[in-house]
Write a protein that binds this ligand. Structure first.
Ligand SMILES: [Zn+2]
Length: 625
């Protein structure tokens, strides 16, 4: 997902800064001990009871207990327990049901898990929840359109509701899912909208299609040259087809009226609701600008931010834009400090090194393929920003002590990013900024070795990967990466073998938001439609559920600078918990994508309960077993 421009202004007073809990020493040790070698191991069952508050006198009773279940703690030993107790939003004890029931007082609320499984609340290290929620609420949804004709039918229905000249936006289309297996074009759209400008963003966010009315407004003609780091797709006669890639999108997108502040808040709330339904309690929203930050801040001050959100500010493609964003970042607390006691973190800066595997714009050493076996001759993609300038941007942020996340899909882009991180860290060896390689789709052997070095030496160089790419856009991806390269995609097993940690994610709305799809895709590596067979990415790079769950819990928490408060169920940590209908460690891995969340608890508060209505804001009370 790409944000093509950032608007920056300076306004609004600061909320009080609440530092994260002073890192509990025992948990720091546990968090740092999350060696990936421990990940795939057989879990030690029967976790020992442990409880906080070993001081004199009896501990006050718990506010909420979960009993008679199986608790997958995802602690360093991957231990399990039966029950846990919560007070003041934190886990105060974990153990057997018998042990936990001793902490029950007259006002303690009990949730009987009836043998069901609880895990840490799942975490997405890369999901555009602010933008995705806007798409859900206000755009024509095309992610499940099976054909060009159906996409056009939906656009026509939307046009019928609009005033003459009003923009129509849609999102989510993917030629790999259309029966015709081709791009939508301006000619297609003109048939249903001559007067209203139409812009339909591809599911990757890196390209889209405009109708002729929109192209006219943007002054895009056959004579318009491709902009730097962008592509105007053209027919044999040189005329634009309507498909615009990367920076070429800006000429159209910049004309569309931005969402109102109310719409932005509604979009975020829409996504938070979806996250709660999927057992997800923390998310990194990568590539925001000032209006989005203001929307998060407003929701926080209204008490509606019932999700942990860590944001990256989009740094733009110039030094000027990077400096302006640095100014925004410097005005906020740096992670792990937060606003709202661990709810909102200004985590750092986002830069794009290259484009997309869908648009064949990502920066590769060898030319792209198409249709799996054909060559897209002469096209090896391109950098999204001048590589030397990128290096200066990273140096700027790094020297200011700011976390950087860089979008890099192609092998050549990834190499440039990891070498840049290695260079700035050698110059200024600041530890634990956790610079990340977002997507890291086909890292070279050199990149993997460099990431391993960066993690060990500097606590940096973490891939934030999306296993669901192989599924949701996997047919398009396989066709473009080609038979041989596809086998190197998302090499999780190699990461594990090299001792690398990674954060799991969806890149929502590129793929659906639910993390259960990512757990499943990390193991099954199957495409949605099987256009080039079910497994064009092979199965050699599959990992097991223990590693997959870590990547969506404690490892992802690291990349949100929240690993000392969430990501595992341990005494002293915040009570961020998901309860599932099935045990992810026990069911066949092919069934993981059908896991259903029953209850989501965030900071000790039940924010979703499939067995009853949401109890947000009700606080502690009796009953409900
Ligand atoms: Zn993204």
């Amino acid at each position: 997902m790409s944000v093509t421009h950032a608007r920056v202004n300076h306004a609004s007073p600061k909320l009080p800064i609440v530092p994260l809990i002073a890192l509990l020493a025992l948990h720091t040790a546990a968090a740092l001990g999350m060696a990936p070698t421990a990940a795939g191991q057989t879990p030690a069952t029967g976790g020992q009871a442990s409880a906080a508050g070993a001081g004199p006198g009896p501990a006050p009773p718990a506010e909420l207990v979960l009993i008679h279940g199986k608790v997958l703690t995802v602690d360093a030993a991957d231990s399990t327990a039966q029950a846990l107790a919560i007070r003041d939003g934190k886990i105060v004890a974990i153990g057997t049901s018998e042990e936990i029931l001793r902490l029950v007082g007259p006002a303690t609320r009990r949730i009987d898990l009836n043998g069901r499984t609880a895990t840490p609340g799942l975490i997405d290290s890369h999901a555009h929840i602010a933008d995705g929620g806007l798409d859900e609420l206000y755009d024509v949804g095309l992610s499940d359109a099976p054909s060009v004709a159906e996409a056009l039918r939906r656009v026509a229905a939307g046009i019928a509701l609009r005033k003459p000249g009003e923009w129509l936006q849609g999102a989510g289309w993917d030629e790999g899912k259309l029966a015709e297996r081709r791009y939508l074009t301006a000619a297609d759209l003109d048939a249903v909208s001559r007067e209203n400008p139409v812009w339909l963003l591809h599911t990757t966010g890196h390209y889209g299609v405009a109708n002729s009315a929109a192209l006219r407004l943007a002054h895009i003609t056959a004579q318009t040259p491709d902009p730097p780091a962008g592509t105007i797709d053209r027919g044999a006669d040189g005329a634009p087809t309507g498909v615009l890639k990367e920076s070429a999108m800006n000429a159209v997108v910049d004309l569309i009226p931005p969402p109102t502040p109310e719409q932005r808040r509604a979009g975020i709330l829409k996504s938070i609701d979806l996250l709660h339904r999927e057992g997800m309690t923390a998310v990194k929203d990568p590539s925001i600008d000032r209006p989005v930050w203001d929307a998060y801040r407003a929701l926080l001050s209204e008490g509606k931010l019932t999700e942990r959100v860590c944001v990256l500010w989009y740094a733009g493609t110039t030094m000027k834009s990077a400096r302006a964003v640095l100014e925004e970042i410097e005005a906020q607390p740096k992670p792990p400090q937060s606003l709202g006691d661990g709810r909102l973190l200004s985590c750092g800066a986002k830069i794009y090194m290259d484009g997309s595997g869908g648009a064949r714009t990502a920066w590769l050493y060898q030319p792209w393929n198409k249709n799996f076996n054909e060559l897209d001759a002469g096209n090896s993609g391109y950098p999204a920003v001048d590589p030397a300038l990128y290096r200066e941007q990273v140096r700027l942020f790094h020297q200011a002590g700011v976390h950087v996340g860089t979008h890099a899909i192609g092998d050549r882009a990834i190499d440039w990013v990891v070498d840049t991180y290695a260079q700035v860290l050698a110059e200024t060896p600041t530890l634990s900024l956790r610079h990340s390689i977002i997507h890291a789709n086909i890292p070279s052997d050199h990149a993997i070795e460099t990431m391993a070095m960066l993690q060990k030496k500097y606590d940096a160089g973490y891939p934030e990967v999306q296993a669901p790419f192989m599924w949701w856009i996997g047919d398009t991806y396989a066709g473009n990466f080609g038979r041989e390269r596809a086998l190197r995609l998302v090499p999780l097993k190699t990461f594990l073998d090299k001792g690398l940690l990674w954060g799991g994610g969806s890149d929502y709305p590129v793929t659906p938001l639910a993390a259960r799809y990512g757990l499943w895709a990390s193991i099954e590596r199957e495409t949605l439609k099987g256009t080039y067979g079910a497994h064009p990415f092979g199965t050699a790079e599959a990992v097991d559920i223990h590693a997959a769950l870590r990547s969506y819990t404690i490892w992802a928490a690291r990349q949100l600078f929240l690993e000392n408060r969430t990501g595992s169920l341990e005494v002293g940590k915040d009570a961020d918990i998901a309860v599932w209908d099935k045990d992810p460690y026990e069911i066949p891995s092919r069934e993981l994508r059908n896991l259903r969340c029953r209850i989501t608890i965030m900071n000790g508060e039940v924010v979703y309960n499939a067995d009853g209505k949401s109890e947000r804001g009700k606080g502690t009370h009796h009953g409900q077993t």
